[in-house]
Design a protein around this ligand. Structure first.
Ligand SMILES: Nc1nc2c(ncn2[C@@H]2O[C@H](COP(=O)(O)OP(=O)(O)OP(=O)(O)O)[C@@H](O)[C@H]2O)c(=O)[nH]1
Ligand SMILES: [Mg+2]
Length: 297
């Protein structure tokens, strides 16, 4: 029997949409696991990221931004947040340095503190405001809530990330590792690939269109002998007019989305991929329970 004590902690990352939760998890793990975009409500499912260093393993659950749901899909996203704070050792509440605490953030904090777990405060995007501004926001929050610790981070520059990891490691409970040391996620490759395509829809399409899309991987297979993966994906959208916009003039938009996604997918898989994408219309799919379930929500 080994006489080295190991530690292993489960942590959920919560906050309102767009504060940088997914960016923060990617910065902690050092891999692009969760997709990121300048639009609110980018993350739809719980995403797992695992960091194993020395004798400590930290398992992070990135969650969708907490908001008032307008569709059945939105309800699933908000439920994901509640489930993710149900069974962890601690929560990380992320908020934006330059913004006042909103009523949905207050509601989320109320829910989280009811769980009687330690809650760490992360003031993110410190690169966007002056130090006095984010320190005074932190002080206000610390007066009002019983946070275990406060951190100041920039998921973009990496500032404060090492300090955060150090403290989280120190606070992890003694336990065997849950996952092998070389794992950095438990999410299936197919899911991450579909997310990488969805990220390109978010960055290339305007207004409400990307929020009404979903991506399904119909086929993903490594070719025998050759180092190449064949992937067939379907983009689901809500209207014929949206389908036209996604495909673009002479197929130009779909081609752009496909080539940007392929480059990310090849980075992720560490090899070449042959990506084919189709577009289908499923009207009002965000309110169709069975369809949402079939998409893995
Ligand atoms: N300047 C700056 N921008 C950041 C920082 N962290 C994240 N961002 C940007 O903020 C936007 C939102 O980041 P995400 O990581 O997608 O935010 P999120 O909280 O996961 O959003 P949802 O999944 O919608 O809840 C993106 O444009 C990021 O590049 C930061 O520390 N500084
Ligand atoms: Mg996110």
């Amino acid at each position: 029997m080994s006489n080295i004590t190991t530690k292993c902690g489960f942590l959920t990352i919560i906050g309102k949409p767009n504060v940088g939760k997914s960016s923060l998890m990617n910065a902690i793990i050092g891999e692009k696991l969760a997709i990121v975009s300048p639009r609110p409500q980018t993350t739809r499912n719980r995403i797992t990221g695992i960091l194993t260093e020395d004798n400590t393993q930290l398992i992070f659950l990135d969650t969708p931004g907490f908001h008032k749901p307008l569709t059945k899909l939105g309800e699933h996203m908000v439920n994901t947040v509640s489930e993710a704070i149900g069974d962890v050792d601690a929560a990380i509440f992320v908020t934006e340095a330059g913004k006042k605490l909103s009523s949905s953030e207050e509601e989320l904090l109320e829910k989280a503190f009811k769980k009687k777990i330690p809650i760490f405060l992360v003031i993110n995007k410190i690169d966007t405001v002056l130090k006095e501004a984010f320190i005074s926001k932190a002080n206000e929050l610390l007066l009002k809530y019983n946070f275990s610790e406060v951190f100041y981070t920039s998921a973009i520059s990496g500032e404060g990330i090492d300090e955060l990891i150090k403290t989280l490691k120190a606070s992890a409970p003694e336990s065997p590792f849950y996952f092998p040391e070389d794992y950095y996620s438990t999410d299936p490759e197919r899911f991450i690939v579909s997310e990488l395509i969805r990220e390109k829809l978010l960055s290339n399409l305007r207004d409400e269109i990307p929020h009404g899309t979903a991506v399904e991987i119909e086929k993903m297979r490594d070719r025998e002998e050759k180092e190449i993966t064949d992937i067939e994906a379907v983009i689901i959208c809500e209207k014929d007019s949206h389908k036209g916009i996604i495909i673009g003039k002479g197929g130009a938009m779909l081609k752009k989305i496909g080539s940007e996604a392929r480059s990310d997918i090849e980075n992720f898989l560490g090899g070449k991929c042959n990506l084919k994408i189709w577009v289908k219309v499923r009207s009002d799919w965000r309110n169709k329970e069975t369809f949402i379930r079939s998409m893995g929500f």
